[in-house]
Ligand binder design. Structure first.
Ligand SMILES: *[C@@H]1O[C@H](CO)[C@@H](O)[C@H](O)[C@H]1NC(C)=O
Ligand SMILES: *[C@@H]1O[C@H](CO)[C@@H](O)[C@H](O)[C@H]1NC(C)=O
Ligand SMILES: *[C@@H]1O[C@H](CO)[C@@H](O)[C@H](O)[C@H]1NC(C)=O
Ligand SMILES: *[C@@H]1O[C@H](CO)[C@@H](O)[C@H](O)[C@H]1NC(C)=O
Ligand SMILES: *[C@@H]1O[C@H](CO)[C@@H](O)[C@H](O)[C@H]1NC(C)=O
Ligand SMILES: *[C@@H]1O[C@H](CO)[C@@H](O)[C@H](O)[C@H]1NC(C)=O
Ligand SMILES: *[C@@H]1O[C@H](CO)[C@@H](O)[C@H](O)[C@H]1NC(C)=O
Length: 850
């Protein structure tokens, strides 16, 4: 026993030395220091020489430290202990230490735990109950026969600090073990969720297992490096150690602080803690300042900090930190993920993770980096007073900005980057065929009862013109909700090429802090309706191209690169619809497809019927894909997953409206979707359409379309309708013929009743002609004056066919048999039909022979 007393006294000295010489290590702990430095142990000044409390006639008892020491009593006359714990002098096992009691009895918030010499197997617990605003701190100095470390975990015994009052070990958390260890610096452990229990577990038979530790109820607010408290962040529920930090909670310097679990103590092993850092403005840069970093050396593969540009570890990796490379970093949002990874414990447990603070910096527009802004932007250097007055002298002095569609097509605006004036205006002036699309990300209007406003004008804000929308104070909008999700966009689209935003504020700002200033920010896009299609109302990115009014050819590409998409997160779907005019077809040729994620759940299969996405396990909407779809919702082609570049180009020529749907399952500004480029042409080929024919007899022969540029994956999509309509009572006969030996799914012609209530007129199906039928003749019921023929095709080979029809008009000499008789069986009429058919058949045979 005496030997040990000497030993822990030495370790006390060692630790004091560590404390007074900062910089030896970054691990910090609460100094535990009581009185003079020549004492026997923490609470015993001298082993002998003082009056015995149990027998006032004796003077040979221990002298206790005056401040907090109490005599152990008759059983241990030469020892003292901390007041409040004297009943545990001889056996410190299974005890509760309550912070308030301890302070009341000894005036101290710290003390010592010295376990009994336990004969293993055995078990002791120490319940530590902090007061509010306190964390439980344990400093372990000495282990004797407390298991051993086998390279990944403790075997045979351990010491562990667990949250809560249950003395139950948690195998996933830090356990400390060793057969004969002196720790200098000590192994420091913190618990931050109220009561915590120190467990001393010996699982094997030992002669004498023992540990020595100090404990402290440390104020969370302590400035000496031991009182860490996360600031500005939000713990994410149902996760072990994940946090969210948003810029608007961190406006003041030092208001956002994060650290590894248990900082500045040992962190738990085998963890992946994710700290999501989210900005709600496109102008904001995230400054991460690592004020402390101490991870085990040579364990960079398991113990590291990784920072990703995005909200998941599958995002682009920006940097990794390990060992003790303290640093400062600056990145742009909208999302950054700081991932702290820990591996197995590494004795002697002399590392403690990291401590960092976050600052969100409004970057000035002139220094914005180009790599985050794929679309060319320019500074609001051009300042104009409204639309007519002469220009202001300098850009810094004014609060009126003009964004010209000539200079920039997409960008962002921020009233904070302008000097303060009661009234600021932002004018977006596009080219003659432009419309202006504006999205408000954040604004703060503080004045009471609508004394500050944001006005949106669809056109110039001239005298007497009313704004199309007024946003009244007091009102604050952030781009995100408190859980970090982006809120729905608030967008405005002009009907012409000019849109104005006016911010009118009450009085000058009362305080100089930026966080109090009323402001407005967002993004804009000039959309050239002539080139980029007609933007559909209430959509972000759905456009229509009309064969009659759009250029006859052009290029399309993936949306999502413009600033307007900055606050989109999750599924992104944009459609570009092509509407050929009568007698027109449209050809869409996909020439580039890049960064299509190789999703194992989706395969593209190209065959004669087009390319199709074959999805397994997940619905198609959860996978990136490019879809070509008809107005009726029929998917005619789809590209996804493992689509190979060498299969490009994929072309589709269609005689009916077609939509190119660009779908990204998990879009974010940092992880934009895949890239595609396609060309479109409207062809005036009159090969297919909706035609009404009143001639009683006639023929339709398929057109031959030049196949000069047709590549492997060139497909035709046809849906041609001929309405054979005649007011005359007749018996109609239709003959179909082809020389193509193709499956019915490639193309076919169906004969339908006419259904006038339907827009396409397609009524009940009467017959289907498949190419393998070669030649077929259908006699339609007597007096069915109107029938509809529909050709459907989706194939690589343009259908070739001949359609002939003939009407047998009732003659006087057949009236006898009357309309009640089925004319097909009437000998008199069939002569006439046959007469006409003979000539048709000759023509048909010539065609088929070709
Ligand atoms: C301490 O308490 C636990 C139960 O909570 C018991 O299993 C153990 O034996 C006790 N230790 C000693 C040394 O009495
Ligand atoms: C160490 O001990 C753990 C738990 O007993 C065991 O799962 C692991 O395999 C051991 N590792 C080695 C290297 O022996
Ligand atoms: C854009 O450029 C054209 C031609 O150079 C010019 O006529 C027009 O005024 C410019 N528009 C703006 C808004 O600067
Ligand atoms: C379509 O083409 C046909 C024949 O080429 C022509 O008779 C018809 O007028 C055209 N229709 C339109 C709407 O241009
Ligand atoms: C269609 O045109 C191509 C070339 O333009 C020609 O080779 C082919 O024979 C033509 N087919 C018919 C049926 O006219
Ligand atoms: C067509 O619509 C009209 C009016 O809506 C209705 O009276 C008629 O029964 C419909 N015809 C058929 C065949 O559904
Ligand atoms: C007719 O052709 C279309 C287009 O290729 C196809 O979708 C449809 O299944 C075919 N109909 C039959 C009965 O095969």
């Amino acid at each position: 026993m005496e030997a040990q007393v000497c030993c822990y006294f030495i370790s006390l000295l060692v630790f004091l030395l560590q404390w007074v010489i900062p910089g030896i290590s970054q691990v910090s702990w609460t100094p535990i220091y009581v009185d003079g430095n020549s004492q026997v142990d923490l609470w015993t000044q001298e082993a002998k020489g003082c009056r015995c409390p149990f027998d006032s006639s004796r003077q040979d008892c221990a002298c206790c430290v005056r401040d907090g020491g109490c005599h152990c009593g008759r059983d241990s006359p030469n020892r003292c202990s901390q007041c409040g714990l004297e009943q545990h002098c001889s056996n410190m096992c299974n005890i509760t230490i309550d912070s308030r009691n301890l302070v009341a009895r000894s005036g101290k918030t710290f003390g010592q735990i010295k376990s009994p010499s336990l004969e293993g197997p055995g078990f002791c617990w120490y319940l530590l109950q902090p007061d509010t605003g306190q964390r439980v701190e344990i400093q372990v100095y000495r282990l004797v026969s407390v298991g051993r470390f086998n390279g990944s975990s403790c075997e045979g015994g351990f010491l562990q600090l667990v949250d809560g009052a249950e003395p139950r070990p948690r195998p996933g958390d830090s356990q400390i073990c060793g057969s004969n260890e002196r720790y200098a610096p000590p192994v420091v452990l913190f618990a931050d969720r109220g009561s915590a229990t120190l467990l001393f577990h010996i699982a094997e038979s030992t002669l004498r297992s023992q540990f020595l530790a100090y404990f402290s109820f440390t104020p969370s607010s302590s400035v000496q490096g031991v009182g860490f408290q996360a600031r500005g962040g939000r713990r994410i529920e149902h996760t072990e150690c994940d946090w969210l930090y948003q810029d608007f909670s961190c406006r003041e310097p030092g208001s956002c602080v994060l650290a590894s679990p248990g900082y500045p103590g040992l962190y738990p092993p085998n963890r992946q803690c994710k700290y999501l850092i989210a900005t709600s403005s496109i102008h904001t840069q995230v400054h991460i300042i690592f004020t402390a970093l101490l991870l085990p050396y040579n364990h960079c593969g398991t113990d590291y900090i990784a920072i990703y540009q995005g909200s998941t570890p599958s995002s682009q990796l920006l940097t990794t930190l390990c060992a003790n490379r303290k640093t400062q970093l600056q990145y742009s949002g909208p999302n950054l993920l700081l991932e702290f990874s820990s591996g197995p414990p590494v004795p002697p447990y002399d590392y403690n993770g990291f401590l960092a603070s976050l600052e969100f910096v409004e970057k000035s527009l002139s220094t914005e980096s180009s790599n985050v802004l794929p679309v060319k932007t320019t500074d609001p250097g051009v300042m104009m007073d409204g639309t007519s007055a002469p220009r202001h002298a300098t850009s810094k002095a004014g609060c009126e900005v003009l964004y010209s569609g000539n200079d920039t097509r997409s960008g962002h605006f921020n009233s904070r980057s302008l000097s303060w004036k009661p009234s600021c205006s932002m004018t977006f002036l596009g080219r003659p065929t432009d419309i202006v699309h504006v999205s408000l990300f954040n604004y703060m209007l503080r004045a009471p009862s609508c004394q500050s406003v944001v006005e949106i004008y669809d056109g110039p804000a001239e005298e007497g013109v009313k704004p199309s929308k007024r946003i009244c104070s007091p009102l604050t909008k952030h781009a995100r909700d408190p859980s970090g999700r982006f809120l729905e966009q608030q967008t405005f689209v002009s009907s012409d090429n000019i849109l104005m935003l006016v911010l009118r504020r009450l009085g000058p700002p009362t305080s100089s802090t930026e966080s109090d200033t009323e402001f407005l920010n967002g993004a804009f896009l000039f959309h050239d309706e002539h080139v980029d299609g007609t933007l559909q109302p209430d959509t972000l990115c759905d456009v229509d191209y009309y064969g009659l009014s759009s250029p006859l050819e052009g290029q399309i590409s993936n949306p999502g690169t413009q600033h307007l998409f900055w606050n989109i997160e999750g599924a992104l779907r944009c459609s570009q619809r092509f509407i050929p005019a009568a007698n027109q077809s449209v050809t869409i040729t996909v020439s580039t497809l890049a960064r299509l994620s190789p999703d194992p759940h989706c395969h593209t299969q190209c065959g004669d019927g087009g390319c199709h996405c074959v999805a397994n396990l997940l619905p198609l909407s959860q996978m990136d894909h490019l879809l070509l779809v008809t107005d009726s919702g029929q998917a005619v082609s789809c590209l996804c997953g493992d689509f190979q570049q060498q299969w490009l180009p994929v072309s589709l020529r269609s005689w009916s409206p077609l939509k190119v749907v660009y779908s990204v399952a998990h879009y974010s500004w940092n992880m934009k979707g895949f890239v595609f480029k396609a060309a479109y042409t409207f062809n005036n080929d009159a090969a297919c359409g909706h035609t009404t024919i009143t001639h009683p007899a006639g023929e339709i022969i398929s057109k031959n379309i030049s196949s000069a540029s047709m590549t492997l994956n060139y497909y035709f999509h046809q849906e041609c309708i001929w309405l054979l309509d005649s007011k005359i009572e007749r018996q109609l006969t239709v003959e179909l013929a082809t020389h193509q030996n193709r499956p019915c799914t490639a193309w076919n012609v169906s004969v339908h009743e006419y259904e006038e209530n339907r827009s396409d007129g397609v009524g009940q199906l009467l017959h289907t002609f498949c190419p393998r039928d070669r030649s077929k003749e259908y006699s339609l019921p007597w007096k069915m004056n109107t029938v509809l023929l529909r050709l459907q095709a989706m194939t690589r080979t343009l259908p070739q066919y001949a359609i002939r029809w003939n009407s047998q008009i009732v003659r006087a000499n057949t009236r006898v048999s009357g309309p009640t008789t089925s004319p097909g069986h009437n000998a008199g009429t069939s002569t006439v039909i046959c007469a006409i058919w003979t000539c048709i058949s000759i023509v048909l045979q010539t065609v088929v022979a070709k």
